[in-house]
Design a protein around this ligand. Structure first.
Ligand code: C5P
Length: 223
């Protein structure tokens, strides 16, 4: 079997990673792995406050969780214990729960095993915070997207509206700021670009321009 081809896409909340990852996955006809959804689903399944449980209890709960990825492109389906994830995990509140879990080394260790296992057999666009630095550092194409906080909050606001989950923009700005600070400053696998990653500031770019730029970079690297 040929070695799976992996493209990593990291960056802070609301930068547009999911939209771009899905488009890239369709374009290159490979699967899309949303690792933020894995942290969200873990937090959602274990419930509010479970990040404060003692480590043995957290580890026992993690052993009961199995993630699978099926399908391809934007139709890729991530499931937890055989059940496809839904938009219930997409609120900013669950994002914050996920961020609390993401600080815990044993949680990251489990996620790392699950994510690498998926990448062993499947070509992927892997989206998250530490895809290029920790999970798939050997990937030939590693991108880090960034954008100004207010712009990211605006994009997240629109995304939540589309899902029928209206939010308050000022509150969103504060929530995203808090979550980013946590993700950037945590000890383990902090949010940062890979040393050999390509950084794209998307603040003043529309989604089509960013998409075209990423496609051109992938083609250049894999030529
Ligand atoms: O990308 P998303 O907003 O769904 O991620 C939710 C949270 O999961 C992030 O704020 C971060 O704390 C955590 N996460 C992570 N590493 C990843 C993906 C997400 O720590 N690879």
């Amino acid at each position: 079997m040929a070695t799976p081809f992996i493209i990593t896409l990291d960056g802070p909340a609301g930068v547009g990673k999911s939209t771009l990852a899905k488009r890239l996955a369709d374009h290159f006809e490979i699967a899309y792995l949303d690792t933020g959804a894995m942290f969200r689903a873990t937090a959602w399944k274990l419930g509010e406050g479970s990040w404060d449980w003692d480590i043995d209890k957290i580890e026992a709960a993690l052993k009961e969780l199995t993630f699978t990825l099926t399908g391809s492109g934007s139709e890729s389906v991530l499931s937890l214990n055989g059940v496809a994830l839904t938009n219930d995990i997409r609120t900013e509140t669950v994002g914050m729960w996920a961020s609390n879990f993401a600080q815990i080394p044993v949680v990251r260790a489990y996620q790392k095993i699950a994510q690498r296992k998926i990448g062993e057999t499947t070509s992927l666009i892997a989206e998250g915070r530490d895809m290029g630095t920790v999970i798939f550092p050997q990937a030939p194409c590693k991108f880090f997207l960034d954008a100004a906080l207010e712009e990211r909050a605006r994009r997240r606001y629109e995304q939540l509206e589309e899902m029928g989950k209206p939010a308050d923009i000022k509150e969103l700005i504060e929530q995203i700021r808090t979550r980013d600070d946590k993700d950037r400053n945590r000890k383990e696998a902090p949010l940062k670009p890979a040393d050999d990653g390509i950084i794209v500031d998307t603040t003043n770019l529309d989604i089509d321009s960013v998409f075209d730029r990423l496609v051109a970079e992938v083609k250049k690297i894999s030529a």
